[in-house]
Design a protein around this ligand. Structure first.
Ligand code: HDE
Length: 687
C-alpha cells in the first residue's frame, strides 16, 4: 500500500526539504559537477595527494563530522509519522485546539526508544520504553513525552543524573550495555526506595514488549487541562494500543538480541510498509481541582498511578502511524521533544520531576543539535507560522527581514506583537502558590511501597513468576552480596513471598522484621492477562521441505490472512519447495536466516518426506522446541502431529498445541489454530 496517500500538512512542509538524488549528476556542495569521485588529485600516479583537491577535502571533512552526540538517555529509538483525531469535542475540559473538532486530523511524529542502551544497542532489552509524540497543531507543537511505564524511579528531577549514572554501563569498564543487571543500578535502588514501584514494573513483562505496536504509553506526570472558562482539571495521559499489550518471554528476548537486534524497529517499519498501520487510542484520567487531596496518593507524586478503578480512563481520540521516515538521521535523530512544548489548554503541575524536565530538554538539545536553532530543523518546525525577535546563532536558516528585532518598538508597529488570551495567546494557569524556600520533599510522597504492592497484587501467577525470575536474573548478576541483601530487604517491604522467592534463588535471607505493605487492593488494568486478544498482524512460521502437504498449508495461510495474520514459508534452502503432488511454494526464509523467536506461532504441515527431513534437521527441531518453550501456538497436520508428540508436545487446544489428524476436521482445525494464536501465549505449559 502506498504511504503517499497519507500525506498531511507536515509532509507537505517536509517536501520542501526532501532531496531525491536518483537520476541526478554528482556535484560538490557548491553545485560544481564532479568528474571523478574515486581518485584523489595526486602529483603523479604514485605521488602524494594535493592540498588543492577541494573535492577530496569537502567529501572527507563532511564525513569526519557526520556524527552528533547520541541522546544521554533514550539514545536508541525509531520513529514514524502519522495523524491524530479526537473522537469528541473536549471543550468541557480543555481549550486545546487539536482536541475540539473530530473532523480535524493533526499530523504527529512518534519516536519509541529504549532508555539505557546506546544508539547501536539491541531492541529487546529489559528496560522502560520511551513513547514520545509530537503533535503539529495549528496552535504550535505539543509534545507528549512519555514512557510505557506509568510511574518513574524518582520523585525529584535533581536525582536524575544520579539515577542515570547508576543505570548506565559502569564507568570503569563500560559494562553492561543496555542492562540494569549490575551493581551500581541495584545499589541506587536499594538506597533510593522511592524507586520500588517502578522497579516492580521494570522487572515485569512490561519491560520486554513484543512490539512497539503492542505497548501502552503514559504521560507519567499529572498535567492540567484548562478550559475556555479558566477551569482546570488534573489530567494523566494514556496511549492504549488497539492490538493489546503483549510481551516477550525473557529467554526469547535475550535470543532476539542476537538473532535480530533490530527486532522492534523492523516490526514497526514492516508493519507500516505492509499497510498494517499501528493504532493507539488516547485516554485521559481526570481529577477535579477541588479533589486534589481526596486520594491516598499525592497527585503530584510521579511514582504513583491513579488506579483506573478509582479514576476511569476516558478514551478521547485515536492515533494512526501510517508513514515511515525517509531518513533516520534527518528525522528520528534530529527530532527534539520537550515536555514544555504545550498549547493553550494544557498546563503543568508542581510535580517536582516534571518541573526539572522543563529545564533539561532544551538544555540537552543545545549540545546534541549544536545550538539554539534546532527548532528550524525540518522535523521540528511547527506547521503554523512562528515569529519572534530571536536572532542568529549557529545554523540560522530563517532570513529575518528588516532592522527591528526587539520589543517594544515603534518602527514596526510593535510587531511581532503578543496575542491576548482570547486571541490564542498562552496564559499560564493562575495557580496560587506560597511557601517557604525549602530543600525537602512533602511528607505525602513518603509511601514507597503501597502501589508497588498494588501492582504485585494485580499480577496473575504467571506474571508473578516472571517478576521473581527477573529479580533473580538481575540480582544474580550483581557481585556485591551486600547490595543483593539490601534489595531483598527493600522488597520485603512490598511482599515477603516475593522477596522470599528471590532470596531463595540467591542464597539470601528475608529479614524477620520486614513489615510488608498491607495494601490488599488490586487493579485489573495492570495485568496483561486482561488485554485485547487478536490474531491481527501476528506472524506464523511454516516449516516445510520437499514432499510437504500443499493443500493444508495453503488453507492455513488463507485462514491466517483472513484473520489479518501473516505466514512465512521456512525451509532448508531458498527458492521453491515442492509439495507432495508437485505443487510449488516460494520459500521466504531458511533455518539459517530466521529463528523461532521471530514468530508468534509455528505450523508443521504433514507429508512424510517433508517431516522426515525436518526431523533429521537439528536446526528445525530446535526451532520447534524453542517455540514451544516460549509458550507459542504450535500446530501440525498428519505426519507433523507425530513429530510433535515425539518431541513431547502433547496435542491439547488448551495448551496451544493444535493438530489435524484427519481431513474431516479441517474447518475446525484452522479456526482453532487462529484462536490459539489470538491468545498470544499458552501459559498452561508453565504451570
Ligand atoms: Fe526524559 N530525557 N528525563 N523522561 N525522556 C530525555 O532529552 C530527563 C523522564 C523521556 O525520543 C533527554 O532529548 C530528566 C520521564 C523520553 O527524543 C533529557 C528527567 C519520562 C525521552 C531527559 C527525565 C521521560 C527522554 C535526553 C527527570 C517519562 C526520549 C535526550 C526529571 C514521562 C525523547 C532528550 C526522544 C529524553 C531528561 C525523566 C521520557 C536529557 C531530567 C519521567 C521518551 O533531556
Amino acid at each position: 500500500m502506498s504511504q503517499d496517500q497519507n500525506k498531511n500538512s507536515k509532509d507537505e512542509q517536509l517536501d520542501e526539504f526532501r532531496s531525491d538524488d536518483a537520476g541526478k549528476k554528482l556535484t560538490t556542495n557548491q553545485g560544481l559537477k564532479v568528474s571523478d569521485t574515486e581518485h584523489s588529485l595526486k602529483a603523479g600516479e604514485r605521488g602524494p595527494t594535493l592540498m588543492e583537491d577541494f573535492h577530496f577535502r569537502e567529501k572527507m571533512t563532511h564525513f569526519d563530522h557526520e556524527r552528533i552526540p547520541e541522546r544521554v538517555v533514550h539514545a536508541r529509538g525509531f520513529a514514524a509519522h502519522g495523524e491524530f483525531e479526537v473522537y469528541e469535542n473536549m471543550k468541557e475540559f480543555t481549550k486545546a485546539g487539536f482536541l475540539q473538532d473530530p473532523s480535524v486530523k493533526t499530523p504527529v511524529f512518534v519516536r519509541f526508544s529504549t532508555v539505557a542502551g546506546s544508539r547501536g544497542s539491541a531492541d529487546a532489552v529489559r528496560d522502560a520504553r520511551g513513547f514520545s509524540t509530537k503533535f503539529y497543531t495549528q496552535e504550535g507543537n505539543y509534545d507528549l513525552v512519555g514512557n510505557n511505564i506509568p510511574v518513574f524511579f524518582i520523585q525529584d528531577a535533581i536525582k536524575f543524573p544520579d539515577l542515570v549514572h547508576a543505570l548506565k554501563p559502569e564507568p570503569h569498564n563500560e559494562m553492561p550495555q543496555a542492562a540494569s543487571a549490575h551493581d551500581t543500578f541495584w545499589d541506587f535502588i536499594a538506597n533510593n526506595t522511592e524507586s520500588a514501584h517502578m522497579v516492580m514494573w521494570a522487572m515485569s513483562d512490561r519491560a520486554i514488549p513484543r512490539s512497539y505496536r503492542m505497548m501502552e504509553g503514559f504521560g507519567v506526570h499529572t498535567y492540567r487541562f484548562v478550559n475556555e472558562e479558566g477551569q482546570a482539571h488534573f489530567v494523566k495521559f494514556h496511549w492504549k494500543p488497539k492490538l493489546g499489550v503483549h510481551s516477550l518471554v525473557w529467554d526469547e528476548a535475550q535470543r532476539l538480541n542476537g538473532k535480530d537486534p533490530d527486532f522492534h524497529r523492523r516490526d514497526l517499519w514492516e508493519s507500516i510498509e505492509n499497510g498494517q498501520y499501528p493504532e493507539y487510542e488516547l485516554g485521559v484520567q481526570l481529577i477535579k481541582e477541588e479533589d486534589e487531596f481526596k486520594y491516598d496518593f499525592d497527585v503530584l507524586d510521579p511514582t504513583k498511578l491513579w488506579p483506573e478503578e478509582l479514576v476511569p480512563v476516558k478514551i478521547v481520540g485515536k492515533m494512526v502511524l501510517n508513514r515511515n521516515v525517509d531518513n533516520v538521521f534527518a528525522e528520528t535523530e534530529q527530532v527534539a521533544f520537550h515536555p514544555g512544548h504545550v498549547v493553550p489548554g494544557i498546563d503543568f503541575t508542581n510535580d517536582p520531576l516534571l518541573q526539572g524536565r522543563l529545564f533539561s530538554y532544551t538544555d540537552t538539545q543545545l549540545i546534541r543539535l549544536g545550538g539554539p536553532n534546532f527548532h528550524e530543523i525540518p522535523i521540528n518546525r511547527p506547521v503554523c507560522p512562528f515569529h519572534n525577535n530571536q536572532r542568529d546563532g549557529y545554523n540560522r536558516m530563517t532570513i529575518n527581514k528588516g532592522p527591528v528585532s526587539y520589543h517594544k518598538n515603534s518602527l514596526q508597529n510593535n510587531e511581532p506583537s503578543p496575542s491576548s488570551e482570547k486571541d490564542g495567546g498562552y496564559a499560564h494557569y493562575q495557580e496560587k502558590v506560597e511557601g517557604q524556600k525549602v530543600r525537602n520533599r512533602s511528607k505525602s510522597f513518603d509511601d514507597h511501597y503501597s502501589q508497588a504492592k498494588l501492582f504485585w497484587n494485580s499480577m496473575s501467577d504467571v506474571e508473578k513468576e516472571h517478576i521473581i525470575n527477573a529479580f533473580r536474573f538481575e540480582l544474580g548478576k550483581v557481585k556485591s552480596k551486600d547490595v543483593k541483601q539490601q534489595v531483598v530487604n527493600m522488597f520485603s517491604k512490598v511482599c515477603t513471598y516475593l522477596s522470599g522467592e528471590v532470596a531463595k534463588g540467591l542464597g539470601l535471607k528475608v529479614p524477620e522484621d520486614a513489615s510488608p505493605s498491607t495494601e490488599e487492593r488490586s487493579s485489573e488494568a495492570l495485568s496483561q492477562m486482561n488485554t485485547v486478544k487478536t490474531a491481527k498482524t501476528r506472524k506464523v512460521g511454516i516449516l516445510v521441505e520437499d514432499g510437504f502437504h500443499y493443500e493444508n498449508t495453503h488453507q492455513l495461510i488463507k485462514a491466517l490472512n483472513d484473520a489479518g495474520a501473516e505466514a512465512e514459508i521456512i525451509s532448508s534452502s531458498q527458492g521453491n519447495v515442492k509439495g507432495g503432488n508437485g505443487e510449488e511454494m516460494e520459500v521466504d526464509q531458511t533455518f539459517l536466516t530466521c529463528d523461532s523467536v521471530l514468530y508468534d506461532g509455528i505450523y508443521l504441515p504433514g507429508g512424510k518426506d517433508s517431516i522426515d527431513s525436518i526431523q533429521s534437521n537439528r536446526d528445525a527441531v530446535i526451532f520447534l522446541q524453542e517455540a514451544f518453550g516460549h509458550f507459542k501456538t504450535v500446530g501440525a497436520c498428519h505426519e507433523g502431529t507425530e513429530l510433535l508428540s515425539t518431541l513431547g508436545m502433547v496435542d491439547s487446544a488448551e495448551d496451544g498445541v493444535i493438530t489435524l489428524k484427519s481431513d474431516e476436521e479441517n474447518d475446525n482445525f484452522y479456526n482453532s489454530f487462529v484462536d490459539a494464536l489470538k491468545k498470544h501465549r499458552h501459559w498452561n505449559r508453565q504451570i
